[in-house]
Design a protein around this ligand. Structure first.
Ligand SMILES: [Zn+2]
Length: 551
């Protein structure tokens, strides 16, 4: 009886259900929607319901779907893109200190950069550490040089100041040296040295190997947990402001289990505004297999939800196969053991590798594993590898191994050209060849220590190949067109999170992750593309960022 009544009531309700219950929650009309579907179609309007795209078409067609509850957003002719996805962004780490660090990303003069340190000295608690942790390069400044110690003391005499450049140099003020107790080189992490100028005088900077600078950074005070949570929310909103709705995080230096807790809290609070797929790496302890087994023991591949998902291991698996162009047999055997174990567990693996000349060491191991367990379904990938040869790309294609490509040459192009020559620099990175061969490729930045996180800076660089100082290095033969560059930054990157079937393009049934842009991506002059921002960003149909006129 109960069942009968229940069914009866349900039938009546369905029959009487107002159109609004079935109609879209949100409709975007009168725009230029770059769908990034297989044909790169452009549509005028789309409809969203339950966080997903339910229809695309003309404005008139979409308006017909509207019910009384539907929110209709008039795009006024503006361009909409799928939310951008950075396939290699150290976002979890960058986020922790986003509100407690000073940021020089995109600043065009050293004077302005010093001004930001000065402002921070005023606005942060007295005596706070003022830290620029990277993401800048002297060539971005009109002055084309690094700050001196005296300049930093002048703008922040009462604060310890720490300015890191990439992973090879950090300038500290005398107060910073004193606070850290760095009185002689013996106090520095192994491999660190005090820099001297041509006359032999100390400059105040510390130089050295990457581990030395990583060790130095580890001596700095950490933001409190609350600051880390605030930083995480603020950084993800900042990414939303730039149209980013997803990141693939490759772990990184200085990352421990504790480094993930702020992210997990924001996720638990349902306050994540960027979808995060994260892999777990190692810190090169010499016991990496134990490290990886311990951190992943209770993490099956893919555990998580649409906002946060465990995405396997990398970008550093072992110390012996990290930034080492001549790994020994023992290094390779150890890596093989871990890679085979990862394949057996169905884990995705991403590996940082710089130079094509030595990547055979890695690919040979992948091929060995592949003979035991096909790795193509696991979507393994190589990050960086800017000078990938055609032969390497063919081997990757045969294995089903993907390639995450970053705009490293935006900062490092001139130095790279000096080391490899004009002809090699012209084809770096060879994204057109990769597409021809059919290698899965995604775009990104590698921010924030070694690069800016701004995806439009990276997109501009994909299209013009120009370094931050304006020198064009790449030739047209390896320059993607605008649609292709956008594809790399959306559905191309989604592949690496095993998500290209649910996001990365604006198609019926896919998640409504999108950005309404401040200028038309397809027609704005290339040299202005980098100034693009989002005016409205949605993740799963929810507004996560809005500026005028949508605010
Ligand atoms: Zn890397």
């Amino acid at each position: 009886m109960k069942t009968f009544v229940g069914t009866f009531v349900l039938l009546v309700l369905v029959g009487a259900m107002p159109a609004s219950a079935q109609s879209p929650e949100t409709i975007l009309v009168n725009g230029k929607i770059l769908t990034v579907d297989a044909q790169s179609s452009v549509r005028e309007a789309l409809a969203i319901r339950g966080g997903r795209i339910t229809a695309l078409g003309t404005s008139a067609e979409m308006r017909k779907l509207a019910g009384p509850q539907s929110r209709v957003i008039d795009l006024g002719g503006r361009t909409v893109i799928p939310g951008l996805i950075d396939s290699h962004l150290h976002a979890i780490r960058a986020a922790l200190s986003f509100t407690t660090e000073v940021n020089w990303i995109g600043v065009r003069t050293l004077e302005e950069a010093l001004g930001r340190v000065k402002d921070a000295a005023r606005t942060m608690k007295p005596g706070s550490w003022l830290i620029v942790a990277g993401g800048w390069n002297p060539q971005q400044f009109k002055e084309n040089r690094r700050p001196t110690q005296a300049e930093l003391v002048a703008v922040a005499p009462e604060n310890p100041v720490y300015i890191q450049l990439g992973y090879a140099w950090a300038m500290l003020t005398p107060l910073a040296h004193k606070t850290l107790g760095l009185t002689s080189e013996a106090d520095l992490p192994a491999g660190g040295r005090f820099e001297r100028d041509a006359a032999g005088n100390l400059t105040g900077a510390i130089t050295g190997s990457q581990p030395a600078i990583v060790g130095l950074f580890d001596k700095l005070p950490r933001p409190t947990f609350d600051e880390q949570v605030q930083g995480t929310k603020a950084f993800f909103r900042e990414l939303n402001r730039l149209g980013i709705t997803g990141v693939i995080d490759p772990s990184g230096n200085n990352m421990t289990g504790e480094s993930y807790q702020a992210l997990f809290k924001v996720w638990r609070d349902q306050a994540l505004t960027v979808r995060v797929a994260y892999s777990l790496g190692t810190q090169g302890s010499g016991k990496e297999f134990d490290e990886i087994k311990a951190t992943t023991a209770l993490l099956p591949m893919g555990l998580g939800d649409e906002m946060l998902r465990f995405n396997g291991i990398g970008e550093r698996i072992t110390g012996g196969m990290y930034n080492n162009d001549k790994p020994g047999q023992a290094d390779k055997d150890e890596y093989y053991r871990i890679a085979l174990w990862a394949a057996e567990r169905g884990l995705t693996l991403t590996q940082h590798w710089n130079r094509d000349a030595s990547v055979d060491n890695l690919l040979t191991i992948f091929e060995r594993v592949n003979q035991r367990i096909p790795i193509a379904p696991l979507r393994w990938s190589i990050a960086h590898l800017n000078d990938a040869s055609e032969q390497t790309l063919r081997r990757m294609k045969a294995l089903g191994v993907g390639w995450t490509v970053q705009d490293a040459m935006y900062f490092g192009g001139e130095a790279f050209r000096e080391s490899v020559g004009e002809a090699s620099a012209r084809r770096t990175p060879p994204v057109v060849t990769a597409k021809k061969i059919g290698v899965a490729a995604g775009a990104g930045t590698d921010a924030h220590r070694v690069a800016s996180y701004n995806p439009f800076t990276a997109l501009q660089w994909f299209l013009d190949g120009k370094t931050v100082s304006g020198v064009a290095l790449r030739g047209p033969e390896e320059t993607p067109d605008r649609a292709e560059a956008l594809r790399l930054y959306t559905i191309g990157s989604a592949w690496f999170a095993h998500d290209d079937d649910v996001r990365g393009s604006l198609e019926v049934g896919k998640l409504a992750d999108l950005a309404i842009l401040s200028q038309d991506y397809m027609s704005v002059p290339v040299d202005r593309l980098g100034a693009t921002e989002s005016l409205l960003t949605m993740v799963g149909g929810k507004m996560v960022y809005a500026a005028a006129p949508f605010k």
